[in-house]
Design a protein around this ligand. Structure first.
Ligand SMILES: [Ca+2]
Length: 266
């Protein structure tokens, strides 16, 4: 009798186990069936014998270098220093970007115009217009290959110039005048707790909590948005043991199609 009970228990337990496995599999299938979207979290997938981590970021969470202007100069210096760039270098880079963008040959205080670039051993002229690719930034005074690597993930040449609060890092949020460290932390906390911020009223309530109301709030909103852009960056890193390799793809999202605009091996 005892042995029959034991047998029945084992059978029940096996059925339960198999059900649990099936449920887990269904959950996994359902999870995988969901379309991948830009997110602050990565997706994991196994391809062959490799584990792949895929990060999809919307370009709207980055600073559009073509939109940096005199009124956001100090914010951009603040972002660069937050990414461990020395203040004097950050000022040189920021002013040189402003000079690269503006049509004239008049220097910003720490900037560089034609006279600087034509005197280089390998001379060239500044654009005096918008950047056509992010790599063009490497031509700007002060931007060394090391610095470019430090900041490239946080900058873009696409989008309206407004920063999407759902995808921006804390450092990028601090670019916006009137956003303090407390406000940036609160935005990130709300994102973590409730998922993406869907309504402007939620954002308004966060600002209000820290005393930013009226014109100050409106000023901040000149630089912020909840809208996604049509551009995203897909970083995928495959690892097999200690060997890692990856690709970074810049993708334009259209209605029912995607176009790869650039691909960089990592
Ligand atoms: Ca210029």
């Amino acid at each position: 009798m005892q042995s029959r009970n034991q047998e029945t228990n084992e059978k029940t337990s096996k059925i339960a186990e198999s059900k649990t496995e099936k449920n887990a599999e269904t959950r996994k299938k359902k999870k995988n069936a969901r379309p991948w979207m830009p997110s602050n979290n990565s997706y994991s997938v196994r391809i062959g014998d490799r584990d792949c981590e895929v990060f999809i970021s919307d370009e709207s969470g980055k600073i559009n270098v073509n939109k940096i202007a005199d009124d956001t100069r100090s914010g951009f210096v603040r972002v660069l220093t937050a990414y461990k760039i020395k203040e004097l270098v950050a000022e040189t880079i920021t002013d040189s970007i402003l000079d690269w963008l503006d049509e004239d040959d008049l220097h910003h205080i720490s900037g560089a115009e034609k006279d600087f670039y034509v005197a280089l051993s390998d001379p060239y002229e500044p654009k005096n217009g918008p950047f056509e690719s992010l790599e063009e930034l490497a031509l700007v005074k002060g931007v060394t290959p090391e610095i470019f690597d430090l900041i490239r993930d946080h900058l873009t040449i696409y989008g309206s110039g407004k920063i999407n609060v759902n995808f921006a890092s804390k450092e990028i949020l601090l670019y916006v005048p009137t956003i303090t460290e407390n406000i940036a932390n609160a935005i990130i906390q709300v994102r973590k707790k409730r998922g993406n911020i869907q309504k402007l009223s939620t954002l308004k309530a966060i600002f209000k909590h820290f005393g930013v109301i009226g014109k100050d709030y409106e000023d901040a909103m000149k630089y912020l948005t909840l809208d996604k852009s049509d551009y995203c960056m897909i970083n995928s890193i495959a690892s097999s043991g200690k060997i890692k390799s990856g690709y970074r793809l810049l993708v334009l999202k259209g209605m029912g199609y995607c176009e790869i605009l650039a691909a960089y091996p990592e």
